[in-house]
Design a protein around this ligand. Structure first.
Ligand SMILES: Cc1cc2nc3c(=O)[nH]c(=O)nc-3n(C[C@H](O)[C@H](O)[C@H](O)COP(=O)(O)O)c2cc1C
Length: 183
């Protein structure tokens, strides 16, 4: 099984990237990690731009990449209570290729912040939206006060146990998601 671990941040020091990388380590699947720095120069979506120039090459490549994986771990920061602009732009482009761009595959949503909120406001919004994008949402995991819980790259209990339980259910879903057979 192969999973794509996506950090919805374009920060080099992204806490959400650290968290999703950690979650990927807890999974038994083989994981590839990407972040939003690859989409820093993606033009802002507009219908006219799509008509005139088509889809940006990096968006087409990402859509193709999504097809190859069996499931997704997606960690998004919260920006002003919502999805960070760079991630939202990628989602807007992908949704114009295929509204169900996650391909009915399992997905865990994660979010963390240095403060106590742990991106919960945005996690709630995204939890209601990811099924529209074709994700089978397994669960969401919010980690507030990141620096208190992640020490020297190790998530401390009881948070580690809480995340491990979610990732284990994700791994089970990966095994039981039916593979579409060619007719
Ligand atoms: C523009 C901006 C808006 C933010 N808004 C929120 C917010 O609404 N809620 C929150 O908990 N943290 C907010 N933060 C703080 C982020 O949680 C913090 O920067 C976090 O480290 C971002 O995740 P990252 O390190 O993965 O990029 C905001 C940060 C920025 C730069």
């Amino acid at each position: 099984m192969k999973v794509l671990a996506i950090a919805g941040s374009n920060s080099r020091q992204s806490l959400n990237k650290s968290l999703v990388a950690y979650a990927a380590q807890l999974s038994q699947a083989e994981a590839t990690l990407i972040d939003m720095r690859s989409f820093d120069n993606t033009p802002l979506y507009s219908a006219e731009r799509q008509q005139l120039d088509g889809f940006p090459a990096e968006i087409k490549a990402l859509y193709e990449q999504l097809q190859v994986y069996d499931g997704f771990l997606l960690a998004s920061p919260e920006h002003n209570g919502s999805i960070p602009a760079v991630l939202k732009n990628v989602i807007d482009w992908l949704s114009r290729i295929d509204m169900k761009f996650f391909g009915n595959k399992p997905l865990v949503l994660l979010s963390t912040s240095p403060g106590p909120n742990g991106g919960q406001t945005n996690l709630k919004t995204m939890s209601s939206l990811v099924p529209w994008w074709g994700a089978q949402l397994i669960d969401s995991y919010s980690l507030g006060n990141f620096h208190q819980h992640m020490l020297n790259g190790e998530l401390q209990n009881p948070e580690r146990e809480r995340l491990f339980a979610i990732v284990s259910r994700f791994d089970e879903a990966l095994q039981s998601t039916p593979v579409l057979q060619a007719a």
